[in-house]
Design a protein around this ligand. Sequence first.
Ligand code: SF4
Length: 322
Amino acid sequence: MDSKNLLEVKNLKKYFQTPRGLLHAVDNVTFNIEKGKTIGIVGESGCGKSTLGKTLMRLHQPTAGEVMFKDADIANIPLKEFKKKYRANIQMIFQDPYASLDPRMSILQLIEEPIKVNNKSLSKAQVTEKAREMMELVGLAKRLEGAYPHELDGGRRQRIGIARALSLNPEFIVCDEPVSALDVSIQAQVLNLLQDLQEQRGLTYMFITHDMSVVKHISDDIAVMYLGQMIEKCSADRIFRDTIHPYSQALLSAIPIPNVHVKHERMVLKGELTSPIDPKPCCRFAARCPYATDKCLAEEPKLREILPNHQVACHFAEKFVK
Ligand code: SF4
């Protein structure tokens, strides 16, 4: 394993059996995440980005593939061993923490809970002290200790989710649409908090979102997913400047530009979405791609390096380089 990487994912697959066949939710995904960096995972809903996050966390059991983390293949060790040795180190922040917060518990109790469960040797006073430290770290005022989740706004509730995740001193956090349910002004506060915490604690993030304008501000690298596959991966700067894959171009063209003097053309995708159930070996974007040829319908394009540190899964990627 390369020492600069915290996580190396190889040919990861997560399939679900359905009455209509095998749903390829995550299909042969390969990528690395460098220590202390953020990879943004973007794509439409249903593209497999959240399933990818949950599979890394072993909330879904992988169908095949490897996930190397600290020299262990955490995709293939027994689940019990994963929970014992790695769960504290790999945490998740959800879109709506409200759903995962017990409404009968106060803010302080909610933050104490994971500390208590994972540090059985700590005394009650030490657990409370650590929970208070976490509240301060994420900017929750001491006066809110006795408040209940329903009394707080979405931004503060998300801070509870962040405090709970951080209380276990993780190195890697999967942030699954953590600001999608928040007002724009509060989104910025939570994003800034995540960035500050990353700097202070050297955290590594996988940031999952459907919102390209959000991911731009937080990511070092961005990977675009389409129907369970990774179809483009490069630095965040490059993807906004020199997108190559036709689907990524369409996704980026949907970001509104707040300037009436700039002419902005949105690429509207036509055609049916290909089914991710028992998919044929072809380009899964072919039915909607304006550049599709017979080759695209007969052969699946592999993710390959088109430019240094810029990978694209398209047979004709070279043609789309600007
Ligand atoms: Fe379009 Fe073909 Fe490239 Fe797929 S492989 S994105 S269908 S040109």
